[in-house]
Design a protein around this ligand. Structure first.
Ligand code: ATP
Length: 254
């Protein structure tokens, strides 16, 4: 992908990250534009979370450059901190913390935040302000993690498997919430294993395999490009990409 657009919120070039002998991310280029929902897809272990963590500067990259809101997140974390919301996969909470305390203490970190009581209502957690986080169900905890990520009114929101563990109704509510955020101009970078979700939400996607980008473009472009192999939806595109031994890099039309 060419990364020279003014409206780019995240620009990643030649990103490489190793864990000992394992190369988890192997020369990735990404460009995420302001106001889009961008999906990072790939099989388990493909390098999605590592890419996100390097993009946020919470993991140190071995090579490449990252520009998040115009700053290198590794060196200038403070400059982007209040402008970026993050929900990590399996967010860890302090066991004894209550829901209201988690919201209150997170809100206190930022100069300006959304109304967390209103968000609790919106996410169906309104009656759980005094409940210990340890006593929440997996889906409730997942919603709380997303709520905390959007609390500081971020310009960019990173969501790692945001709807894993959510029931079908909650999942659709989350989708509608995210579309509302996009309408406000918020940029969203998400990882997901649910192709239906990605097809519904994402403006553009990149499919990773073994730490490299196999395919990228809008869901419609990818489906059209794989139609010759019988692809009817993004699920088919994904499976077909995973089955190919070698990948041809499909340049996203930009
Ligand atoms: P999933 O869909 O399963 O969440 P992913 O695409 O997010 O996978 P990553 O979590 O980025 O994948 O992991 C990429 C590779 O790096 C995997 O093989 C994983 O085992 C490995 N890995 C991730 N974190 C570490 C670590 N801290 N130490 C060693 N290896 C790691």
């Amino acid at each position: 992908m060419n990364c020279e657009h003014d409206d780019e919120v995240l620009s990643v070039r030649g990103l490489r990250k190793t864990y000992g002998k394992l190369t988890a991310v192997d020369g990735i280029d990404l460009a995420v534009r302001r106001g889009e929902i961008f999906g990072l897809l790939g099989a388990n272990g493909a390098g999605k979370s590592t890419t996100v963590e390097c993009a946020l500067g919470v993991k140190k990259r071995d090579a490449g450059t990252v520009s998040l809101l115009g700053h290198d997140p590794e060196r200038e974390r403070k400059r982007v901190f209040a402008r970026v919301g993050v929900q990590f996969q399996a967010t860890r909470f302090q066991d004894k913390l209550r829901v209201g305390e988690a919201c209150g203490t997170t809100a206190a970190l930022y100069p300006k935040t959304r109304d967390w009581r209103e968000l609790l209502e919106r996410f169906g957690l309104g009656g759980m302000v005094h409940r210990g986080i340890a006593d929440l169900s997996g889906g409730e905890r997942q919603k709380l993690a997303v709520l905390l990520a959007v609390l500081p009114e971020p310009e960019v929101l990173f969501l790692d498997e945001l709807t894993t563990g959510l029931d079908p109704v909650s999942r659709r509510e989350m989708w509608s919430f995210l579309k509302g955020l996009r309408a406000e101009g918020v940029t969203v970078v998400l990882t997901s294993h649910y192709m239906e979700e990605v097809e519904y939400l994402c403006d553009r996607v990149a499919i990773l395999k073994n730490g490299k980008i196999a395919l990228s473009g809008s869901p419609a472009e990818l489906i059209a490009s794989e139609a010759g192999s019988g692809a009817k939806n993004l699920d088919d595109v994904f499976v077909s990409a995973m089955n190919q031994a070698e990948y041809s890099f499909a340049e996203a039309s930009r």
